[in-house]
Structure formats: C-alpha cells, structure tokens
Write a protein that binds this ligand. Structure first.
Ligand code: NAD
Ligand code: MG
Length: 298
C-alpha cells in the first residue's frame, strides 16, 4: 500500500520521474487511455473530515486535477457534482463510483460549458441535485499548443477563451445566488499566468485573466463571507497534455525542468483545493496558491 498524503516522505521520490511515450488522443483526452497512468489518490488520499456536509461542483471533475479534487472532497465529507464533456463519460463514471464508495452523493453532469445557456443550466442542475451549493471549483480548461500565432485560428482563440474564462464568468455568476457565507470559489489558473509558454499564447492569456478575475472578485465578495482563491499548477500529468496540449516531442521530458525534477501527479494538488475550500483558510482571500515543483512565481 502506497503512503497517504500525510505520511513523512521525500517529495522527490514520492512519485516516479515519468518519461511519457509520444502519444496522441483526440480532444478531450481520457485518463483511461493515458500512458503511464496518473495518480489521483485513489489508493492513498486520506480524508480528515474537513468538508463534512458540504456540497461541491467541480468542472472538469472527470479526469486529471478535477478528478483528484473530487476524490479528496468526497473523502473529506462532501457531496460532489462533476461536470465534463459527453465524450468523457467513461472517466466520469469511474470518479462518480469512487465518490459513491465514500457514502457521498455523486452527481454526473455531462455539459459543454462553452455556451452561456449550458453554463447556467449546469449550475441549476447541480444545485437541484445536490440540494444546494457551497463550493465551486472552476477547473475545466482547453489547451492546444501551436508553434506560432499564425497557427492559432480565430476558432481556437474563441473556444479557448469561451471554455477557460467566459464559462468561469457565466458559472460563477449563476452560482453566486446560491452561495451562503462560508462558501468558497476556487479557480484553476496556471504557472502559465506568470511564465507563458510560447506555444500556449491563447491558453496562457486566459490563465493571466483567471488570476486577475480571482483577485478582483475576491475583493467584491469578501465582506459577504464568500472567499475566492485560485490554484496555479505547474506541469501535472493529465490527459490535457496528450490531446494537443503539448508539442508531441516534448512529452518524454514533461515536468523534468522543474526544480524538483519530475512532473506532478494530480493527487499532489488535491490538498491545495481542500485547504482553500475548508474553513481553516478563513483569512485566505484573493490568493493564488502555486503548486509547481519549485518554479519561482511573483
Ligand atoms: P483534464 O483534461 O483532465 O481536465 C480538463 C477538463 O476540462 C476535461 O476533463 C473536460 O471535462 C473539461 N473541459 C474542457 N472543455 C470543456 C467544455 N467545453 N465543456 C465542459 N468541460 C470541458 O486536464 P487537467 O490538466 O486536469 O486540467 C484541469 C485544469 O488544470 C485546466 O484548467 C488546466 O488549464 C489546468 N492546468 C493544468 C496543468 C497541467 O499541467 N495539467 C497545469 C496548469 C493548469
Ligand atoms: Mg477529462
């Protein structure tokens, strides 16, 4: 049995250095097809009752980072709704089963959030099926690498912005009327907000916007008792990277440039989201928590 996240252990060797083979999946990728498999804490994440009785909606909760957050939230005592694209049903059902195994309610909501109508319906469905809402994790994202600005079509630019930042606005606005004091909104940004990869011009621009949106909205909502924060991951091994998120040639060395020397596994992000969702972070507002293997950020 692998160690849980609370065990004393060397972070360098906690997970192996991976050298992923070149691989390609159509967008959106599936965790089920990823080589090597990613670790979402299925065998290891240990809950300590920090989100007892909460109701959470996690976009992109079927795979990668969102999946690890969904597992952790359920083990911390929350009912969890996950949103994902219809093509991701297989990944989503696996995570829904893990939530149910914890004795928690799992709500699966296949929804393309790149339109305002769908985004608003997603919130309505989550609230009605969970019986309320007090944690919103805006985590879904689109990332397609291109060598040059000339290779980014108007359609790609538009879809990346719709998925990453417009949907965050639509979903947050719709969720707000349901959130009571004590609720928490957590947005997934990226180290790309500070260190934009030249191959991710559209994506990195949305991540800068997410940071700014988080810090502005946090000030609006602080006095209402609703906290808004962000998590900025570095390189994490997820299906996003193999569905054109990275140039194929770069996959074998994915994550090796970090000071820790390896890519992150999604489960290593879950505690950051648990911390920001739970009341123990009551004075943490408008913060972007970097979880990136040591890359310096402002
Ligand atoms: P992932 O592919 O597992 O998750 C992304 C999810 O976004 C998909 O599962 C999909 O359900 C959802 N999604 C995409 N387009 C959608 C649409 N139109 N409608 C509804 N859902 C849609 O990959 P991940 O790496 O876990 O990504 C999660 C978040 O983390 C993203 O915002 C990504 O930008 C961010 N991030 C990832 C990394 C990394 O290295 N993996 C680094 C920094 C930030
Ligand atoms: Mg997915």
């Amino acid at each position: 049995m692998a160690h849980d996240q609370l065990a004393f252990q060397n972070p360098v060797t906690r997970f192996p250095k991976i050298e992923p083979p070149k691989q390609d999946q159509p967008e959106p990728g599936l965790d089920a097809e990823l080589q090597p498999k990613a670790d979402h804490g299925e065998e290891t994440y240990r809950g300590t009752g920090r989100l007892e009785g909460r109701k959470a909606l996690i976009t992109g909760g079927d795979s990668g980072i969102g999946a690890s957050v969904a597992i952790a939230f359920a083990r911390e005592g929350a009912d969890v709704a996950i949103a994902y694209l219809p093509a991701e049903e297989k990944d989503a059902q696996r995570i829904a089963d893990l939530i149910t195994k914890e004795g928690k309610k799992a709500v699966a909501l296949p929804t393309d959030i790149s339109s305002p109508e769908n985004s608003r319906k997603l919130v309505d469905d989550a609230v009605s099926q969970l019986g309320g809402l007090d944690i919103l994790v805006n985590n879904a994202g689109k990332q397609i690498a291109q060598q040059s600005i000339e290779d980014i079509t108007d359609e790609q630019w538009d879809e990346t912005f719709k998925t990453n930042i417009y949907a965050m606005f639509w979903i947050t606005k719709a969720a707000l009327k349901h959130l009571k004091p004590g609720s928490s909104i957590i947005n997934t940004t990226s180290v790309n907000a500070y260190l934009p990869s030249p191959t991710l011009l559209d994506y990195a621009t949305t991540k800068g916007a997410i940071n700014n949106f988080t810090k502005g909205l946090a000030q609006q909502l602080a006095s209402k008792g609703i906290r808004v924060n962000a998590v900025a991951p570095g390189p994490f091994w997820t299906p996003l990277q193999v569905s054109d998120g990275q140039p194929k040639d770069e996959l074998p060395k994915f994550g090796s440039q970090t000071p820790i020397g390896r890519a992150g596994q999604p489960t290593e992000l879950a505690p950051a989201y648990v911390f920001l969702a739970s009341s123990e972070s009551s004075y943490v507002i408008g913060e972007t928590l970097s979880v990136n293997g040591g890359m310096p950020t402002p």
